[in-house]
Design a binder for this molecule. Sequence first.
Ligand SMILES: Nc1nc2c(ncn2[C@@H]2O[C@H](COP(=O)(O)OP(=O)(O)OP(=O)(O)O)[C@@H](O)[C@H]2O)c(=O)[nH]1
Ligand SMILES: [Mg+2]
Length: 294
Amino acid sequence: MSNDKNENVMQKSVINWYPGHMKKTKDEITKLLPIIDIVYELIDARIPFSSKIINIDNLIKNKIKILIMTKKDLCDLTITNKWIKYYEDKGYHVLLLNLNDNNEYKKIIELTENLCREINEKRASKGLKSKEIKSLVIGIPNVGKSTLINKLAGKKVANVGNMPGITKMNSWLKTKYNVMVLDTPGILWPKIDNDNVALNLATMTAIKQEVLPKDEVAYYILKMLSDYYPNILKERYSLDKFDIENIEECYQILAQKLGAFLKNKEIDYDKISNIVINDIKNEYIKGITFDRGI
Ligand SMILES: Nc1nc2c(ncn2[C@@H]2O[C@H](COP(=O)(O)OP(=O)(O)OP(=O)(O)O)[C@@H](O)[C@H]2O)c(=O)[nH]1
Ligand SMILES: [Mg+2]
């Protein structure tokens, strides 16, 4: 595998995938903002840098905002905690949550009530009735926006799926709380200015699987596990190290462990890549944070 070749493949795929609707989405958000009280920006706790939406803070700078790190149950808490501090130091209100948990999301309501208290206090001082808080949920594909909305609503109102682009439509939803919520009116995307960001997004299934250079993504995952989570690499794939110097031998061990041989006894690289990628997608591999630049 030549790195040059793979980098080209990755960038080409990402560009192909890029829907070009970013401006339209941002224009729609700008139009909506006057009626929004609070913005929930979701990022994936496993990639708290790579999953942050590009330039979104300029757009919503005057709004109350909570940065919600999702998938707490899948991340490496030691590293993710450093990212929490990083964002808190920048002035964000940050919550790290497992959105599949039936209680954790309630922290969002608590914080929302605290942050938005003034709105209704002001209204009360003018003799006005208190109003429902209007929230907007934003985030790149697959971070858990619909999961959060369903939790707040207390029932399934939005489609959830472990692939990007599941949500296609949006409308105001009432929740069990004094909060109304709106899903992002379109697709938002982070700044993909280097291959690591692109590979992180591919690893955490934010990019459509059909356009992925699968071998490169799997190679990246194995390399990251080798560098930062050697115990997982050993347990799951029987490898002490994903050693670039002995790459053929590594793939031989992987093929043996995963039963990935073609009829002619050649290594089935495609099968290995699929298994590795799906091991993350299906949450067999947990406790990982791939944004390490902190
Ligand atoms: N383990 C775990 N999985 C989560 C969490 N939050 C969301 N998920 C899963 O992540 C996948 C994507 O969730 P969605 O709620 O569909 O994400 P979305 O942001 O609405 O995605 P799009 O509509 O495609 O933009 C689903 O398989 C969810 O079950 C979490 O905190 N922990
Ligand atoms: Mg959705």
